[in-house]
Design a protein around this ligand. Structure first.
Ligand SMILES: Cc1cc2nc3c(=O)[nH]c(=O)nc-3n(C[C@H](O)[C@H](O)[C@H](O)COP(=O)(O)OP(=O)(O)OC[C@H]3O[C@@H](n4cnc5c(N)ncnc54)[C@H](O)[C@@H]3O)c2cc1C
Length: 412
């Protein structure tokens, strides 16, 4: 429920009501309903009231794995999201201008879908509504956590909304405040960053032909180009485009007029889905890798982009964050049964121990993929060529690589 001002003390305060913070709040409150935890979500921006039917042409989308679908199902978020999610029925991986294409279909894998694409604003709207309607979660927005200081057992937080300031105590502070996180800086939590000198150009497009559930990962000389199927809207064959290009190239593309950009994109993607008939508004995101050196401290845990921001080439950020979130909820649940407070180090340590291998694998896979597919050096071109060929020759390899490259590999 929306609160006009927070209470003095909570079991869990979540900084950030973005995709990760909001999902965590809903999941933990459902899983620990009997424990009656007091939960506060503090979000800097007012909830979106945008009608999802109004502007379905300009937004970011997220490819979710089966595992992520299951996690959202357990939190009863999927029940509302499912009719907005477009199933991925086939994945096509290719290297532009070079021989070699790998395909994976749900039919050959005997699955209903290989994964699902959801539009962030659809998910955002559902999450906002759930936080607003929830009787057990206090939702304080627009409000910002300005200061976080450890106390004997828990955290003291200074939260401001407008000119008002509130002091709140919490047993556990969940930082889900995204890649910038001034709170981390204030607490001296160092994040190691690596700039890929690339930008993701993101837009929605409409093709002449229906996508029939096909998702494409195409490695072009300018960088990886992902085309994901979106649900049909007003009879448009909509797809979401994420095109990772180097910084100079992105400046050039962003300055092009619609017609020239459309031509450029069509040239890179080819005619697989016919002519691109419509191009939505462009959004641009700088790409890098950022990993927090500490993800836990007594009464503090980092979740989502603040813990690890990844390149979107493998579409892993949200999928990994959901698995982290699920593991954290389980550890808190166990801790409460053992009589621990949810911010105790043994609860947080158990969570991190359970997730560290998964995190390491995903971060390494994504980083290697960026380096392999963003280079035109002869050795890397040969590796890609052999790689795509071996994917066709070895079905097991094809299955795992194709799913991982599209962000639906882990936990599926
Ligand atoms: C182009 C692109 C494509 C992607 N595609 C995929 C994909 O296909 N699959 C996938 O799994 N992942 C994908 N990702 C990654 C995914 O988008 C991120 O993992 C996810 O958005 C992280 O969400 P978050 O909640 O951690 O951070 P954010 O979305 O940044 O949310 C942080 C929230 O905290 C709030 N906040 C910040 N500071 C404060 C404060 N002090 N007080 C209160 N509130 C505060 C902010 O207002 C914001 O709402 C993609 C990313 C990009 C850039």
């Amino acid at each position: 429920m929306i609160v006009k001002s927070p209470e003095n003390s909570y079991d869990i305060v979540i900084a950030g009501g973005g995709m990760v913070g909001a999902t965590f709040a809903i999941t933990v409150s459902k899983a620990l309903k009997k424990a009656g935890l007091k939960i506060l979500v503090v979000e800097a921006f007012e909830p979106s009231t945008v009608d999802p039917n109004a502007a379905s042409f300009d937004s970011r989308s997220t490819a979710l794995s089966f595992g992520s679908k299951e996690i959202l199902n357990d939190s009863s978020i999927w029940v509302e999201l499912s009719n907005k999610a477009e199933p991925i029925r086939e994945i096509v991986i290719s290297d532009k201008g070079r021989f070699g294409t790998a395909r994976i279909t749900c039919k050959e894998q005997n699955l209903e879908a290989l994964g699902y694409v959801v539009e962030n604003k659809d998910l955002g709207l559902i999450l906002n509504n759930r936080l607003t309607r929830s009787e057990s979660i206090h939702y304080f927005t627009p409000a910002t956590i300005r200061d976080a200081a450890p106390r004997k057992s828990g955290m003291n937080l200074k939260i401001s909304n407008g000119s008002d300031s509130h002091l709140v105590r919490s047993n556990l502070l969940v930082l889900a405040d995204g890649g910038k996180s001034p709170i981390c800086d204030q607490l001296g939590i160092v994040r190691v960053r690596q700039n890929y000198n690339q930008h993701a150009i993101v837009c929605n497009v409409a093709f002449e032909k229906a996508h029939r559930g096909m998702a494409f990962e195409r490695f072009t000389e300018t960088g990886p180009l992902a085309v994901l199927p979106l649900r049909n809207f007003k009879n448009e064959n909509r797809c979401s485009v994420v095109w990772s290009v180097n910084e100079q190239e992105s400046d050039k593309f962003l300055k092009l007029n619609q017609e020239a950009l459309l031509r450029e994109l069509q040239g890179q993607f080819g005619q697989r889905l016919g002519r691109i008939k419509k191009l939505g508004e462009l959004h641009c995101f700088p790409l890098g890798l950022s990993i927090a050196k500490e993800q836990i401290r007594p009464s503090i845990v980092l979740l989502g982009n603040v813990a690890h921001t990844l390149h979107p080439v493998a579409g892993q950020g949200m999928n990994l964050a959901l698995r982290d979130m699920e593991a954290l909820v389980k550890s808190i649940e166990k801790g409460i049964k053992e009589g621990s407070n949810c911010g105790e180090m043994r609860v947080l340590q158990r969570y991190l121990e359970n997730q560290s291998v998964d995190q390491h694998q995903v971060i390494t896979f994504t980083d290697n993929l960026v380096k392999l597919f963003s280079s035109n050096s002869m050795s890397k071109v040969m590796t890609r060529k052999l790689g795509l060929l071996s994917l066709e020759l070895f079905p097991g390899l094809k299955k795992s690589f194709a799913k991982q490259a599209m962000g639906i590999g882990w936990g599926g």
